[in-house]
Design a protein around this ligand. Structure first.
Ligand SMILES: Nc1nc2c(c(=O)[nH]1)N[C@H]1C(S)=C(S)[C@@H](COP(=O)(O)OP(=O)(O)OC[C@H]3O[C@@H](n4cnc5c(N)ncnc54)[C@H](O)[C@@H]3O)O[C@H]1N2
Ligand code: MOO
Length: 453
């Protein structure tokens, strides 16, 4: 049997970052930047006001105080968006709004709350509470009731970035803040790795769509939904097909058509079912003569029977076992990282941490175990610093080690553990614990490596 890590490496080797394309800003959300974004100009572009108030010469109001206002003649207005450049000469002020360019001559802004207009000055002098929001318009006088230092309430040009600065880096995932940064440097589009489109094909004569009436022997197809959801959750688009009956020729025709682009762009195919040793194992039969596809047992539970490779047109294919928990766990460890690589991500693994087992269980000898686990609500107890139920199963970096006392406690998500048919309760799991192949039993209090889903 092939080891878990060896098979993970083989599946990852099928994937490479997809080509870069230019897309409108919002379409880039969740995708990975393929090139850096630089700003062609300074941000802010010019000195501008951080407050609604008056642009002044700080020296003019150096003596201003609550009880000793300095009167300035208001000569103009500058609202945000105004191209005007009225000069602030000594003894004058310009009414200015937040974001408007600071006019020539001014070197500070006095917020409106620190001013009065002459006819309410008396009230302010008595109460020390200037009447906020009373404005002195052009042609009238404003009384400044606080001194300001040069630069006060002025947002300097280039404070955020100077021309040529890199504001977004290749490899970053585009989120709302990236969209904002791109827009603010004048970009209406971004160059990102194309989003993968993954076909999901479930197989089995027993399968009917969810909600359809069931006769004895039939069950709802849950895997095509599970896998399509997992594909989307990984960041790709899903083309959900199936359930396809146990007809190897028909399935082969469908896979060939997908590989040939007859269903649109398909960057990978995931199938479920029909890969074990059964008399009707349709996926194995359909791909038996494909030289680029191999079927291998992997030393992992659930998820032992696996197939992978490339179809003649180059499309990667992962054939996952049909038991739902096996499909789920196999997707997590074998397919998701490959999709994440296609997206252009450098870090393709789920976050992992150490956790403390709240209970013990036996594990299959000679096979790694992927145990659906649930985080317990209680605080943890101190533990040692390395997994006591084995070591990490591959080179993926563990998350930052939390203080031992903070380590989460986990129990099996269902009392029946990692049984590969236990789909109804799978949603109780918060993650998968990876118990290494050499461990035959987990004891309560052991530390385990868990990746959180
Ligand atoms: N003699 C042996 N039998 C089995 C072995 C073995 O080594 N020797 N391995 C077992 C293991 S482990 C697994 S995992 C399964 C994998 O079998 P297949 O991939 O061929 O899957 P199927 O036989 O098609 O289905 C298995 C199980 O899952 C249900 N299923 C399938 N597809 C769906 C779906 N889309 N939605 C919901 N449920 C689905 C199916 O009805 C079966 O119950 O083989 C073991 N047997
Ligand atoms: O490998 Mo199977 O997936 O144990 O149920």
């Amino acid at each position: 049997m092939r080891g878990l890590d060896e098979h993970r490496a083989a599946t990852l080797a099928l994937a490479a970052p997809l080509p870069a394309i230019e897309v409108p800003l919002l379409d880039a959300l969740g995708l990975v930047l393929a090139v850096d974004v630089t700003t062609p100009s300074a941000l802010p572009r010019w000195d501008n006001s951080a407050m609604d108030g008056y642009a002044v010469r700080a020296a003019d109001v150096a003596t201003a105080g609550a009880d000793g206002p300095v009167a300035l003649r208001v000569v103009a207005d500058v609202a945000a968006g105004s191209p005007d450049e009225p000069v602030v000469a000594p003894g004058t002020a310009v009414r200015i709004m937040t974001g408007a360019p600071v006019p020539p001559g001014a070197d500070a802004v006095v917020p409106v709350e620190q001013t009065t207009v002459p006819d309410d000055g008396m009230r302010a002098a008595t109460t020390h509470e200037p009447a906020a929001h009373r404005w002195a318009g052009p042609g009238t006088h404003v009384e400044v009731r606080a001194a300001v230092t040069p630069g006060a309430h002025v947002r300097r040009a280039g404070e955020d970035a100077v021309a040529g600065d890199t504001v977004l880096r290749a490899g970053d995932v585009v989120g709302p803040a990236h969209v904002a940064a791109a827009a603010s440097v004048g970009r209406a589009s971004l160059v990102v790795h194309r989003r993968p489109r993954i076909a999901v094909v479930s197989t089995g004569d027993e399968l009917v769509p969810p909600g359809a009436e069931l006769r004895r022997g039939q069950i709802p197809d849950s895997n095509s939904w599970l896998l399509a959801a997992a594909v989307r959750d990984a960041g790709a688009d899903a083309l959900r097909l199936g359930p396809v009956p146990d007809d190897a020729d028909a399935l082969h025709r469908l896979l060939v058509a997908l590989d040939a682009g007859e269903h649109g762009t398909v960057d990978g195919i995931v199938t479920s079912g029909g890969v074990s040793v059964g008399a009707f194992d349709v996926v194995k039969a359909a791909l038996a003569d494909e030289p680029g596809v191999e079927f291998v047992p992997v030393a992992v539970q659930p998820g032992k029977p696996q197939g992978l490779g490339r179809l003649p047109g180059g499309t990667p294919i992962w054939t996952l076992p049909g038991n739902p928990v096996s499909s789920y766990a196999s997707f997590e460890v074998f397919v998701r990282p490959a999709i994440r690589r296609m997206l252009g991500l450098a870090e393709v693994e789920r976050p992992r941490t150490l956790a403390v087992a709240d209970e013990g269980w036996r594990t299959p000898p000679g096979r790694a175990q992927l145990m659906p686990v649930r985080r317990m609500p209680t605080a943890g107890t101190p533990t040692a610093g390395t997994p006591t139920a084995g070591t990490p199963t591959d080179g993926a970096p563990a998350g930052p080690a939390p203080a031992a006392g903070d380590r989460p406690r986990v129990s099996r998500a269902t009392a029946r553990g990692s049984g590969s048919h236990l789909v109804a309760r799978l949603a109780l799991a918060h993650g998968l614990a990876i118990v290494p192949a050499h461990v035959d039993e987990v004891h309560a209090g052991d530390t385990l490596e868990v990746f959180w889903t």
